[in-house]
Design a protein around this ligand. Structure first.
Ligand SMILES: *Cc1c(COP(=O)(O)O)cnc(C)c1O
Length: 416
């Protein structure tokens, strides 16, 4: 077993060797510009880009024409939110989202709010799930877009996007979902789920960084969108700029691989994650699972260890790469806004650690991590005065309970 162990797959994944193999030719001899119409270098690049577009479309039940290449899910979210807000300004100016979205959704929403839109940010329940009933009530005749993510990057909670999609169809409102954490790794069908726009990213699915895609529905209804980046008119005018052919080829291959092994990988990674969880929860008391107990993405385990602080905990097991809060928080020592939205409470939020495993994680690594994490928590708690005080209180309470209950000891008889 090699150290350190990588358990931060919700932040980014390693590139699958098969993905790298697919990319290499396009960094070597096949370096053409996919927009070059006059020679075989260009045609070859274009062919590769179109094949990859099909690979993305296939895993979500879309058609290749509905896929736009971007630099990642952040850009896809920006195009979906700012682009729809600008295009449908005459129809309405209201957008609905929810509190535990990635900043790549919340920040563009804040931006359009500063530019004349009205944004409703729905609360979530203690598991991080948005209430479709509340969403229905939030929609007005001014609402043009609902943006609710699929799998949460921090706590793993899966939102009921099928139900939300149906509700949006019913009200004639466009539905965007940030599916960065579930694209290709969980079953998604944009028609069945009523999704009109979907964001995804290459580096969350064992592909390269700096590439992503946006699904934009072309039929029932035909979604229109203002571009965010102008110049040259690539990607049906929606996203100009020379395409990153090697990265696109890599993302296509990565999506295809995930799609092919989806069912087995869900099973296998869920089993490993549950082994990890059971290992921690059996040995440690005062441990809290953040997010939904069952409706969560397979690879995410977000746990709060009472009486210990997440940052110090992670310093204690420096050979395990995990994360406190999300990787992209600008102020890492502040408690996570996602956990805050769940009402987890400051103390538990401070002790939260996100472990996220992946395709190449082994049972041996999980067992090692259980041992290291438990040993570190026990060591830190042994030094913690608040933990000692809490234990003392518990002991006293137990003592009082047995006294006040006054139940006599069972009569001693001969033991058989
Ligand atoms: C990683 C992630 C993003 C950002 O994706 P990039 O491709 O890195 O821009 C957005 N939303 C969610 C939910 C993510 O997990």
């Amino acid at each position: 077993m090699k150290l350190p162990i990588y358990m931060d797959h919700n932040a980014t994944t390693p590139v699958d060797p098969r993905v790298l193999d697919a990319m290499l030719p396009y960094l070597r001899g096949s370096f053409g510009n996919a927009a070059s119409r006059n020679h075989s270098f260009g045609w070859e690049a274009e062919r590769a880009v179109e094949q990859a577009r099909g690979q993305i479309a296939t895993v979500i039940g879309a058609s290749a024409k509905e896929i736009i290449w971007t630099s990642g899910a952040t850009e896809s979210n920006n195009i979906a939110i700012k682009g729809v807000a600008a295009m449908y300004r005459d129809k309405g100016n209201h957008i609905v989202t929810q509190a535990t979205e990635h900043k790549a959704v919340l920040d563009p929403c804040e931006y359009i709010e500063e530019h004349g839109c009205r944004v409703t940010v729905l609360p979530v329940d203690q598991y991080g799930v948005v209430d479709p009933g509340q969403l229905r009530e939030a929609i007005t005749d001014q609402t043009i877009l609902v943006s609710i993510m699929h799998g949460n990057n921090e706590i793993g909670t899966i939102q009921p996007i099928g139900e939300i999609g149906a509700l949006c169809k019913d009200r004639g409102v466009l539905f965007h979902t940030d599916a960065s954490q579930s694209f290709a790794t969980l079953p998604i069908n944009v028609d069945e789920m009523g999704v009109d726009l979907l964001s995804c990213s290459g580096h969350k699915i064992y592909g390269p960084k700096g590439v992503g895609a946006l699904y934009v529905r072309r039929k029932h209804p035909r979604v229109r969108c203002e571009p965010v980046i102008h110049g040259g008119g690539h990607e049906r005018g929606l996203r100009s700029g020379t395409l990153n052919v090697p990265a696109i080829v890599g993302m296509g291959k990565a999506a295809e691989l995930c799609g092919e092994t989806q069912a087995e990988e869900i099973q296998c990674i869920t089993a490993l994650r549950d082994r990890f969880k059971d290992g921690l929860f059996t040995r440690l008391s005062d441990t809290h699972l953040n997010g939904h107990p069952t409706r969560r993405i397979p690879n995410n385990l977000n746990v709060s260890f009472k009486y210990v602080e997440g940052e110090s905990l992670m310093m204690g097991f420096s050979d395990i790469a995990a994360s406190s809060g999300s990787a992209c928080m600008s102020a890492p020592l502040e408690p996570s806004y996602v956990l805050e939205a769940l009402g987890v409470g400051e103390e538990l939020a401070q002790g939260a650690v996100r472990f996220s495993i992946g395709r190449f994680t082994t049972e041996e690594e999980v067992d090692y991590a259980i041992e290291r994490v438990c040993a570190t928590v026990e060591k830190l708690r042994a030094m913690s005065p608040t933990y000692e005080m809490a234990r003392e209180k518990k002991r006293k309470k137990r003592g009082q309970a047995t006294l006040s209950a006054g139940s006599p000891l069972p009569p001693k008889g001969p033991s058989r």
